[in-house]
Design a protein around this ligand. Structure first.
Ligand code: MSP
Length: 641
């Protein structure tokens, strides 16, 4: 039976869809899941949404909607985003699901029965953005948030406490006995010193908050959102709902998280589980932050890139490659569009794309599209040795979460083969009959190296791997190749007809990317937030808005923005000039219903009188006018109020 591997992303807050920094955690997990499947593991990969707590309740209130409606909307946006990024999770948990409520209450019951809960009064400072308590809760002076440094809010209320302080020794022993529990090593030291510094009991319930899972024995309280959300890792697997699956895959092999939420995962979570007699996860794998100009990307700083925007401008495969290649896992990394373009052109277009198109072209030209058997192989051993070393290094690096090194390994092979082509000059030896066995060997080596490359790329760039596989004329799905058995071999490439296809990565021009980004950003700019000064209903009543039908429409000579319209208001017809000529062809307007400010002072433009103003929404940075419409027929002259 295959070894199991259970891995999770964090459960994302549903106040808004993620920025690129946030999406990184899930992209990394998807890559690991694909790699583990190709290594023969029986993988379960969970992602989900963290839908309760003060942060969500407050966001929903600000938007004037129920928290569940906000959660539904943003959850759907997550689903779309993950699908478009090729994320193939097996499991999904929303913390508003009934099976999750059951799991949270069950864990709590066990913790309480084991004697780790007591009731007291919480008095202290709290960061709503991180949903975190700020220690140093003296009273008068707000303690800054220990995680993000933001200002915190005071609260004091009756609360149930978890005896976290009793777990200091057990946690330290756990870290000592399981050296791989916190990855990478540097992060482990941070956590150990935090716990050595002493642990305070943790308030795990809130009385003044409505939006959460109620305590089973005191429904006036809801759970602290981290107690609730962390339990998602087991409720989503089947704890308290699908015991067989839970028992098969728990404990989790890896919870992958950003360093900002490591403490919750490496301290609180194992302590909750120990207190409930549930085994702790095997490892917490923590990555660094994506920065923009050396500052953490975060919504509150407004320096974020939208993953949907970058997907549309740059493409998912290039982004997945960039994110995994550029960031040294565990460390922070700056994101710049210039470096994305640079990697796209050098690594993808020149390196990989070029090797594939050259190979397909040469096999086409010299061997009618069929890859020959190796022939006379002198001087090729180095290519085969490089391939063998690259595969071994790649696996070692992937297993140690060194994705950027693993990708460097793949590009060592690509670079070696590109160089090998130059060394062997196939275009020159093709002219000499006696060199035919040599040429066979060169063409075979290029093709086989590409087959191995496609398999090695599949976890990171699944669609690109598939495209290379198809161009090589290989059957089946590259994702089904076993990486643990991957090795240089004469079959299946010898004798294979290459299918060829489109250029994988056309070179991109940085200027064109910037222009496209700016255009997309401008188009998605939020509407103006500042409202005009408040008016009374009497002021509004002074504006006489009427429905009308356009009966004539024509350009105004000499004015490229204006149209002359004749409008039927039911009780009269009148001429109105409208600045919509760039956006509406006159003939499309005749017969159309519009709304007009009917009591506006007449004014003359270009020698013509305008008797009123047609109303339109003003959209985007160029204030594109969009005419008002009705969802059913209305008579002319009806007043809008
Ligand atoms: N809801 C909690 C997690 C609960 S898990 C039981 C949460 N959600 S989050 O939406 O704020 O964060 C999701 C992921 O995005 C986390 O792994 C977080 O570390 C990551 N990132 C957010 N900003 C980031 C960067 N700028 N760079 C890299 N990852 C960062 O936390």
């Amino acid at each position: 039976m295959a070894e199991t591997f259970y891995m999770t992303t964090p459960l994302y807050y549903v106040n808004a869809p993620p920025h690129l920094g946030g999406a990184y955690t899930t992209i990394v997990c998807d890559t690991i899941a694909r790699y583990k499947r190709m290594m023969g593991f029986d993988v379960r990969f969970l992602t989900g949404t963290d839908e309760h707590g003060q942060k969500i309740q407050r966001s929903a209130r600000e938007q004037g909607i129920a928290p569940k409606s906000l959660a539904d909307r943003v959850h759907a946006q997550y689903e779309d985003l993950w699908r478009s990024y090729g994320i193939r999770n097996d499991l999904w948990i929303r913390t508003t699901e009934e099976r999750h409520y059951r799991a949270v209450q069950e864990i709590y019951r066990r913790v309480r029965e084991n004697g780790f809960i007591y009731k007291d009064e919480y008095r202290g400072w709290y960061c709503v953005s991180c949903e975190a308590y700020a220690p140093g809760s003296g009273g008068d002076t707000p303690a800054p948030c220990p995680d993000c440094g933001r200002e915190t809010e005071w609260f004091s209320e009756e609360s149930y406490f978890f005896k976290l302080s009793e777990f200091q020794d057990r946690l330290l022993a756990h870290y000592r006995d399981h050296p791989d529990f916190i990855r990478p090593e540097t992060r482990r030291n941070e956590v150990v010193s935090f716990v050595e510094g002493g642990l305070r009991d943790l308030s795990i319930s809130r009385k003044t908050l409505e939006w959460g899972v109620p305590l089973p024995d005191d429904a006036e309280h809801v759970f602290y959102v981290w107690f609730d959300a962390l339990t998602g890792y087991i409720s989503g697997l089947g704890f308290a709902s699908d015991t067989d699956r839970f028992e098969k895959y728990w404990p989790a092999d890896a919870h992958v998280v950003g360093k900002d939420i490591l403490r919750f995962h490496a301290v609180y979570w194992p302590a909750f589980l120990m207190a409930a007699d549930v085994p702790a996860p095997k490892s917490i794998v923590s990555h660094g932050w994506w920065l923009f100009k050396d500052e953490k990307m975060s919504k509150s700083r407004g320096n974020v890139f939208s993953p949907a925007l970058l997907r549309d401008v740059i493409g998912v495969e290039t982004l997945r490659y960039f994110l995994l290649r550029e960031m040294v896992f565990g460390q922070d990394c700056n994101l710049s569009i210039a470096s994305i373009v640079e990697r796209s052109n050098s690594d993808l277009a020149n390196g990989l794309g070029n090797l594939l198109s050259r190979t397909v072209a040469m096999v086409g030209k010299y061997r009618d599209g069929v890859v020959p058997a190796p022939g006379r192989a002198d001087g090729d051993a180095d290519v085969r040795d490089t391939a063998a070393r690259v595969i071994a290094d790649y696996v070692a690096n992937f297993d140690a979460y060194r994705f950027s090194r693993a990708l460097e390994n793949v590009w060592e092979l690509i670079a070696r083969v590109n160089k090998y082509i130059v060394e062997n000059q196939p275009w020159a030896i093709a002219r000499k009959q006696e060199e035919a066995p040599r040429l066979d060997s060169v063409l075979f080596h290029c093709s086989e190296a590409l087959r191995l490359t496609a398999a090695l790329l599949a976890p990171v760039m699944p669609e690109t791997a598939r495209a290379v596989w198809t161009q090589l004329g290989l059957e089946g799905d590259v994702a089904d190749v076993r990486l643990d058995g991957l090795a240089w071999s004469e079959s299946p490439m010898a004798g294979r007809r290459l299918a060829g296809g489109d250029v994988l990565f056309p070179r991109v021009d940085a200027k064109a990317v910037y222009a496209k980004l700016e255009a997309e950003l401008a188009a998605s700019a939020p509407p103006e937030a500042e409202l005009a000064p408040t008016i009374g209903i009497d002021d509004f009543a002074k504006v006489d808005l009427r429905t009308a039908t356009v009966i004539e429409a024509e350009p105004v000579p000499g004015a490229d923005k204006l149209l002359r319209l004749v409008l039927d208001l039911g009780f009269e017809t009148r001429q109105v000039l409208a600045g919509i000529a760039k956006y509406y062809a006159p003939e499309t307007l005749v017969g159309r219903k519009v709304v007009v400010v009917a009591n506006l002072q007449p004014r003359r433009m270009r020698g013509l009188e305008s008797n009123g103003m047609v109303v339109a929404a003003s959209v985007g940075p160029d204030d594109t006018p969009v005419l008002v419409g009705f969802d059913q027929d209305v008579p002319d002259g009806a007043r809008l109020r």
